[in-house]
Design a protein. Sequence first.
Length: 238
Amino acid sequence: MEHPLLFLSVILDALGLPAHGGDSFLAKILAPHMQYSMLAMVVCIIVALLATRRMEIIPKGLQNLMELFVSWAEDFIDEQTHDKKKTLIILPVMATFMFYILVANYMGLIPGFMSPTANLNVTLGCTAISIALYHILGVRFHGIKYIKHFMGPIPWMAPMMFPIEVFSHIGRILSLSIRLFGNMVSKEILLGLLFMLAGQYLAPLPIMFLGVLVCLLQAFIFFVLSVVYSVEAMSEGH
């Protein structure tokens, strides 16, 4: 659910550009969820540039904050892979997922903005990257033998296990995308209802505090599941 007034849409309307979606290619590119998804990307890039503009041996300020975040992500992935080489392969993508989704989620708590992750197209896009990544890693580390991950532990059960495994991997697409989308859109709907029914100030505050936690938790869950799937694809089958 979008806020009644979206700042970027107002600016695009003033420029004579389609800002509310439509059938044309430009309208689809400039749909509200695309506007705020691109804004989240720009925010991530600007923060990264500011944090690395004047690197110091003893970090402080934004550099210190970003180093803490990257260090935490690296340590977490290390605990799953137990292999520094594998950790460094997936760290950039996984840390970017976490950072982008955090920014996108919290954006919806600002009046005049929306969470692009409250749109299924955005969460499906992130999920597609995550799913494609771990299959690519599986093929890279195991070659054609990667298909053994789908065959189960007992050879004679392979004809039965293969379709089960395929459906379980399809379920991962639904799990990653719909969980994030569902939680974010429900927060948006609930906030919208409270604004309309109970006023603009005190009534929505408890939900906004809850929303802060939900935004963090959903970014963390997406990060964790993406890490687990990639580590599983790189590991040896048993």
